[in-house]
Design a protein around this ligand. Structure first.
Ligand code: ZN
Length: 369
């Protein structure tokens, strides 16, 4: 009886300590200073905000409740069906105020999750194609940038993403128009479905963007056909400095070597870990740890938290720490990497990395995590 009681007490204490450590890790990952570099403005639109915009703009209400919108968001079997839902919902954004409010809602959320700096993707073509001018989009985003800075201490810059399923001519035309806002649109990217050989299609647009002084990144999605060739062409033909997702780098030792040697950053999104779709990113989330251990500058990002009904970046990092069993030092490296590969000045980089180190020093654990 006595021995049984001791066994029970030991188990109880072990469970309590594990739970406490788990909670400590969660808070640490949630609050560690970080940058977010792979986040689609349009994908931050939450179902309740969508309904509000429909009402404000007097648009036809296709869904009669929040549950109905959430149900519609579950119609995401693959990237194409996701984009169909995506374009349908983002069409509720019409006015400068709409763009401002959606961006501010994101900023408020992440500023409570340790985020100090954001490079926010937006899709110019998804708005101009439905008659919304770039001027309207940018006025709203610039207001949010100003307010996020003043009221939240959050620095917000932008990356214009062109859609891989639209023409290179359309991308080239938009690129010239974006020069007006080059002080805040730091670079360009590519998103939407990964067409075969897309780097060849957009190589000349990227050459022109480089000539104009834009920084360069592109999506290379996970486990898609031709993925390794796309990674190579993105690096060699398009001369990108970062790859968005890019986890298949671990499948090719020569590619991994080039990515590490040239300091090409990977903006990984373990979002689907949370969604638990068999065979999707969940199976590749461990790649983040492998890449970190290989010395690649990878960081954790949230992609489309509103439209995917998934987690924002602090919560997502906390979940990744738990699921992939990252050490405290690896968690800190992910945070430092987000600033190492951000398109900021070296002074700002040092200042942000010092903030990560200060955070680590003032959040020492009693246990040995
Ligand atoms: Zn993305």
């Amino acid at each position: 009886m006595h021995r049984l009681f001791i066994l029970f007490l030991t188990c109880f204490l072990a469970h309590t300590l594990t739970a406490a450590l788990s909670e400590e890790k969660r808070a640490f990952a949630l609050n560690v200073p970080k940058a977010e570099l792979h986040i689609h403005f349009e994908g931050t639109l939450e179902p309740d905000h969508y309904l509000k915009l429909i009402e404000q703009n007097g648009l036809e209400a296709k869904y009669d409740s929040l549950e109905a919108v959430q149900e519609r968001l579950l119609d995401q079997r693959d990237l194409n069906s996701f984009i169909e839902v995506y374009e349908e919902l983002l069409s509720a954004m019409r006015t400068e105020d709409d763009f401002y409010e959606v961006a501010m809602a994101y900023c408020r959320k992440v500023s409570s999750q340790g985020v100090l700096y954001v490079e926010l993707f937006f899709d110019p073509q998804m708005h101009t194609v439905r008659g919304i001018s770039l001027d309207t989009v940018m006025r709203g985003l610039l207001r949010a940038r100003e307010e996020a800075n003043v009221s939240l201490g959050l620095t917000l810059n932008f990356i214009a993403c062109f859609n891989r399923d639209r023409s290179a001519e359309s991308a080239a035309k938009h690129l010239e128009e974006l020069v007006r806002w080059q002080d805040v649109i730091l670079g360009i990217g590519l998103d939407n479905p990964e067409e075969i050989d897309f780097p060849k299609k957009f190589a000349s647009v990227y050459a022109r963007a480089r000539e104009l002084g834009f920084r360069l990144t592109t999506h290379c999605d996970v486990n898609v056909p031709n993925t390794l060739a796309h990674h190579w062409d993105a690096i060699e033909l398009m001369q990108v400095e970062r790859i968005d997702h890019g986890l298949n780098v671990i499948d090719d030792p020569a590619l991994l070597n080039v990515v590490r040697r040239r300091g090409i950053g990977l903006t990984a999104c373990p979002t689907l870990l949370y969604l638990d779709i068999p065979g999707r990113m969940g199976s590749r989330a461990g790649a983040i740890k492998t890449l970190l251990e290989a010395g690649v500058q990878v960081c954790v990002n949230s992609d489309d938290p509103g439209m995917m009904r998934s987690l924002y970046v602090g919560d997502l990092l906390a979940l990744t720490v738990e699921e992939v069993d990252l050490s405290r030092e690896q968690t800190l490296e992910l945070a430092r990497n987000s600033f190492r590969i951000a398109w900021i000045s070296d002074d700002d980089r040092q200042r942000y990395i010092r903030a990560v180190d200060d955070f680590a020093e003032s959040n020492l654990f009693s246990s040995d995590w």
